[in-house]
Design a protein around this ligand. Structure first.
Ligand SMILES: Nc1ncnc2c1ncn2[C@@H]1O[C@H](COP(=O)(O)OP(=O)(O)OP(=O)(O)O)[C@@H](O)[C@H]1O
Ligand SMILES: [Mg+2]
Length: 314
């Protein structure tokens, strides 16, 4: 079965109550996004905090039911798939292994747990868990330790081993290195790149750090306020960004702060708010190139969503 991921017009809307008086906010975290990840491709998703990256990841994992549209993997709708089938197909790696690993279970059990849920016999579970630990660079004696006894990098290796133990076809990584020491980040990225090749994975790599995405991605999607505003082959987008927002993102990393992600963007102080998405082009209040039309008319759909750029339909 092909494992291309197809998000069609997918949205996520949250009703939030905030503040002492419980003021109601309707947040459109992901807004009618259509995006295909071809089998075997590594797609990087980049954007500022709050633009909807993690929400989109949860939609792609089937962990969140879309408010509109659907996500299909190999032609099958994720929401209609049973949990076991989904777990064999697609797995997550999250930012903070300290909170995603059960502190009261030993590493060996943590890695073997998905196998138990999949009905694999005990002896085989142990063998496969140990094998997977070695694939992520952990010695067999680590199986007897608790997460609290490991370093951050080792814990993320455990999370990766757990994600891969069922040999899924797709891995969705949401900021997998953001909680780690800078010195360890590259090791984990290299490990993911190596495992991607040996397991033939389709990979989605979400990060607010462009360097991380550049390291692993074949294609890139730039998110702004719930939409993908530019997408394309990673090399071309990084070498010749077309959307003013992508240009600003790339300009901001000319003065990088290692490991801290995106420094202040040169975009003024109109902080984007997914509860108040601007009319017209949602980026226009911050756009250095905006023209009158941008305030009233939404740009056409395409590989770049901007009035000033001729898009290629996607
Ligand atoms: N379960 C939820 N309930 C209500 N609002 C939510 C929920 N999950 C996300 N949101 C809101 O959706 C918007 C997008 O959040 P999301 O976590 O997807 O952004 P992000 O791009 O991953 O940000 P970051 O880079 O900080 O991780 C935010 O305004 C957030 O408050
Ligand atoms: Mg996030």
């Amino acid at each position: 079965m092909s494992v291309a991921i197809e998000a069609s017009g997918v949205s996520a809307v949250f009703d939030q109550r905030v503040g002492t008086f419980g003021v109601h906010r309707r947040v459109v975290a992901v807004d009618d996004v259509s995006l295909t990840v071809k089998e075997g491709i590594a797609l990087g998703i980049v954007g500022e905090s709050g633009c909807g990256k993690s929400t989109f990841a949860r939609l792609l994992l089937g962990l969140l039911a879309p408010s509109g549209g659907d996500v299909r993997v190999g032609g099958h709708e994720l929401q209609a798939m049973d949990r076991r089938a989904r777990a064999r197909l697609i797995q997550p790696v999250f930012q903070d292994p300290a909170s995603s690993l059960n502190p009261r279970r030993r590493v060996g059990e943590i890695v073997a747990l998905p196998l138990r849920a999949a009905g694999v016999a005990r002896g085989e579970r142990r063998e496969r868990a140990l094998l997977m630990l070695s694939r992520v660079g952990l010695a067999p004696e680590m199986a007897g330790r608790y997460p609290g006894q490991l370093s951050g990098g080792q814990r993320q290796r455990v999370a990766i081993a757990r994600a891969l133990v069922l040999e899924p076809r797709i891995l969705i990584c949401d900021e997998p290195t953001s909680a780690l020491d800078v010195s360890v980040q590259a090791q984990i990225l290299n490990l993911l790149a190596e495992l991607r090749a040996s397991f033939n994975l389709t990979l989605v790599m979400i990060s607010h750090n462009l360097a991380v995405v550049e390291h692993v991605a074949d294609e890139v999607a730039i998110m702004y306020l719930g939409r993908v505003v530019e997408r394309g082959e990673a090399g071309s987008v990084f070498a010749a960004p077309r959307h003013p927002y992508t240009k600003a993102l790339l300009a901001s990393v000319l003065t990088p702060e290692p490991g801290l992600g995106l420094p202040e963007l040169p975009l003024g102080d109109a902080v984007p708010d997914p509860a108040n998405i601007p009319a017209g082009c949602r980026f226009h209040p911050r756009c250095p190139a905006a023209i009158a039309r941008c305030a009233t008319e939404a740009p056409a759909r395409g590989d770049v969503e901007c009035h000033l750029v001729q898009p290629v339909p996607t």
